[in-house]
Design a protein around this ligand. Structure first.
Ligand code: HEC
Length: 240
């Protein structure tokens, strides 16, 4: 027996240890990792299944998968989707106009009553209830000099509000024509756009005399069917 067999040299020690290091610890049978193909299959099922589910439920939207759709009352909130869909062009214009009127209301007041000696009233004003062409010209270019509104005299300057969009102006005009007891046809953004185009770069405010010829002239253009298409005054009283 040589020394080398009972006492393995360093080379043998290294070899044995590196072999031990290479081997991983034994796994408990139940802990064996799933084969790769099962993991991939899981991914495919999740992607395809998820897509299918989303497709069948209308893109995961509550509205399209709501089993109570039509059973429950429509969303009563004015901003709710349901209400917006149910709103006709006139209702939309009135709603938008209530917002864009804030610009006008700074002078003409929230109640449309104006301020005596300074800002003429819009409530009950023949200017508001009369021809739409005159109204559109006033909001685009403004109005200056002596004017008589509902028997009161004013001599002030209204700056043109042409910075507002055609839609906002149309909504504001539809709104003032159908609020505070006023009744008038709807003003559409196409009407405003047409007058704006005709006036070109004119910026100077109108005088009462200049606008006299438009007192009863309505802007040509289609008005969508519905409450704003005819003056509500002509409709039966209970329609209010
Ligand atoms: C800076 C104040 C001011 C703002 C803002 C203003 N107005 Fe006026 N508006 C006046 C004044 C002042 C007159 C009267 C001008 C005059 O005396 O010649 C007038 C006149 C009018 C008239 C004709 C007279 C009447 O009362 O019926 C209408 C219609 C009108 N404005 C609508 C509007 C609308 C719609 C808006 C918003 C888009 C608006 N105004 C924004 C000050 C304003």
């Amino acid at each position: 027996m040589s020394d080398s067999s009972s006492h393995p040299d360093t080379t043998d020690l290294d070899r044995m240890h590196s072999a031990a290091r290479r081997e991983k610890a034994d796994m408990a049978p139940a802990k064996a990792p799933a084969p790769m193909w099962i993991i991939f299959l899981g991914f495919i099922v999740a992607v395809v299944g998820g897509g299918q589910l989303g497709h069948l439920t209308g893109g995961y939207k509550f509205e399209s998968s709501n089993p109570y759709a039509g059973v429950l009352a429509p969303d009563p909130r004015p901003m709710g989707d349901g209400a917006a869909v149910a709103m006709g062009p006139f209702e939309k214009a009135m709603k938008g106009g209530a917002g864009s009127y804030a610009v006008c209301g700074g002078c003409h007041q929230g109640n449309g009553g104006g301020l005596p000696g300074q800002f003429p009233p819009l409530a009950g004003s023949d200017w508001v209830k009369g021809g739409t062409e005159r109204l559109v010209r006033i909001v685009l270019n403004g109005l200056a000099g002596p004017v008589t509104v509902s028997g009161q005299n004013f001599n002030n300057v209204m700056p043109g509000q042409g910075a507002m969009s055609d839609q906002d102006l149309a909504n504001a005009l539809t709104y003032i024509r159908n609020t505070w007891g006023n009744e008038g046809t709807m003003v559409t953004k196409e009407m405003v756009a047409k007058v704006r185009e005709e006036l070109g770069s004119r910026m100077t405010p109108w005088s009462e005399a200049e606008l006299a010829e438009f007192a009863d002239k309505n802007c040509p253009g289609e008005i969508p069917d519905g409450p704003g298409a005819t003056v509500t005054a002509e409709a039966p009283a209970e329609a209010k």
